[in-house]
Design a protein around this ligand. Sequence first.
Ligand code: ZN
Length: 410
Amino acid sequence: MKMKQAQFDLIKAQLTRLAAGSGFYADKLAGIDVSAIQSQEDFEKLPFTWKGDLREAYPLGLQAVPDEDIVRIHSSSGTTGTPVIIPYTRQDVEDWAVMFERCYRMAGITPLDRIHVTPGYGLWTAGIGFQNGAERLGAMVIPMGPGNTDKQLRMMVDLKSTVLCATSSYALLLAEEIARRGIGDQIHLRKGVIGSERWGEKMRRRIADELGVQLYDIYGLTEIYGPGIGMSCEHECGIHMWDDYIYFEVVNPKTGAVVPDGEIGELVITTLRKQGAPLIRYRTHDLTRILPGECACGSPYPRIDTILGRTDDMVKVKGVNIFPSQIDEMLRDIPGASSEYQVMIDHLNGKDICTLFVETAPGANLYALEMEIGDAFKQKIGITAVIKPVALGDLPRSEKKSTRVFDNRY
Ligand code: ZN
């Protein structure tokens, strides 16, 4: 994709400012002549920024403006090692809300909607981002945060929530609970805004059917504002990205070379306007591709495909690369198999063993299903797997992103 002149100008001004300052990017850009960067090709030679770099800058090494300009911080979850702290200026908070409002509008959400926010509040960027965008839009926010299903459903019924904001796994949990309690006719939801976790078509269909809503994918990550830097439209063909705030590239995860439009690789993002903690060529680890051409909705914002997985979810078994999205796709076509599964990779007696646990519909013929899924796995993924059908609801649901592939070999 060609970099626009306005994007180049913003990037160039940002690089000049960062190189002349002190701190994280002054160090990273040391030895690079920023004035010699004259084109997209020159830009593509700049070094990447990795999550590990951000961890090393803990706590406030990323801060690129004086203390008096910082109004807030957020932090990515520190479940694996040191957390990453992102400082925001007042303008950053404002820009994020502007983008988020745009997301809601893209989904046809209006000031008359009642937006039920289940992502968490606090250090994590999610809840407050959904809230600020909704208030800017003028809709009524119901700031639930996660957990307490009884209270969630009570508020949803009594306040007549029309929009559910959730991760896909939490939306599924709520949908199942609504079905179990038989209160579907008291639910007024019409749209779901689902966080950018990779999720399969089958899971999407189940949530949409059980809740009776149209679903939209919202994209984002804590390191770059949070959720809200891109949104799918009613045509459900990828995610429109707000390219007046971010510049994005898709690169080969191994070599780092920019791949042609349409080819799958890792999404790399450069912020165009961020003040508190600008990022240059940040490796997101999200696998996707640039979708060429215009969208039927007529939006001028370019699209990426829905997230196909994480570079760290990609596992190599018996010489074959497996992405979770391939398994989603395979299960989609098998009646009796649910959207919920887990893959375990083990190393036993000198051999890699791949085991697929799949939830099944009640009353399914488990033996026949095991055979059918086994054949499909061999045919579509390319290796043999041990198939273990389990009952609906047996695999864990989570309020955050769910892990589906467990590599126990190392
Ligand atoms: Zn569109």
